[in-house]
Design a protein. Structure first.
Length: 265
């Protein structure tokens, strides 16, 4: 099976756009109008594998290659924040074997990639109810956070055991606790206060959300933060997503007029 997967990756390299095509897309991008924060729903791994007669687990492994490419491009373009939806609060409903594989892949990714991530100035920032993850995942995340804590070139938010509604519930609980302690009064509750209690506190909201695999929904992802985010959908499955697709999304993003509820002049 692994040989078959390796063969698919080799063919993909031959079939994708040439470097000249990538360069053409790069030339269309205005480096002064790039999104500060890109969010990605990494979807389609299982379907990608099943369509090729492979176990779903190999689809998830193939998806790691796309994440590597995404991080490298965001680093090269000096994007401030990249948030990837790695494991949702609803994903616990999946078969235990698949959950174990996903957690093992997380640990493997962090252990193998932490050196390169640190060399590129990437800071690992896991978000979600992390204390409910398996201990080996918690340990790997702590290692990655500690080793990358001084990096400031790109924040990589890994959304794990994450749900948008759960995040808002946790923010409301924090605010209620401060209210009970007399730290806050009701007149202080506003948009900024809530944003400052979210897992992404201190970060800009996503400018661009990318969803591969052909689905048109946000799947309980960053519900508060996506209020004025531009969405970019594609039918490409996540394991096939590469730098040219990200560049296509950026070119399309820069063609849009962002009014934030106002009017263009």
């Amino acid at each position: 099976m692994l040989n078959k997967l390796a063969g698919i990756w080799r063919r993909k390299g031959l079939d994708e756009q040439t470097e000249a095509g990538v360069d053409e897309l790069l030339n269309k991008i205005n480096r002064k109008q790039l999104p500060r924060h890109i969010a990605v729903i990494m979807d389609g791994n299982g379907r990608w594998a099943l369509r090729r007669g492979l176990p779903r687990a190999l689809g998830h492994r193939a998806g790691v290659e796309s994440l590597r490419d995404m991080v490298r491009v965001c680093s090269e373009l000096n994007i401030m924040v990249l948030t990837v939806y790695a494991f949702s609060t609803e994903n616990w409903k999946r078969p235990q074997e698949e959950i174990n594989i996903l957690m093992d892949l997380l640990v493997e990714y962090l252990n193998k990639e932490i050196l390169e991530l640190c060399q590129k100035g990437v800071r690992i920032n896991p978000i979600g109810r992390l204390d409910e993850l398996p201990q080996q995942a918690i340990d790997a995340l702590r290692m990655a956070v500690e080793r990358s804590r001084m990096n400031n070139d790109l924040i990589l938010n890994l959304a794990l055991n994450y749900g948008g509604r759960t995040e808002i519930v946790d923010a409301v609980r924090a605010i209620a606790s401060e209210f009970q302690e007399g730290v806050l009064n009701i007149d202080q509750i506003n948009n900024k206060l809530i944003s400052d209690r979210l897992y992404t506190a201190g970060q800009p909201d996503p400018d661009l959300l990318i969803r591969p695999s052909g689905d048109f929904r946000v799947s309980n992802f960053l519900l508060w933060q996506l209020a004025y985010t531009e969405f970019w959908y594609t039918s490409i499955m996540w394991p096939d997503f590469r730098r040219e697709h990200l560049l296509q999304a950026l070119v399309d993003f820069q063609r849009r007029g962002r009014r934030f509820g106002g009017l263009t002049k």
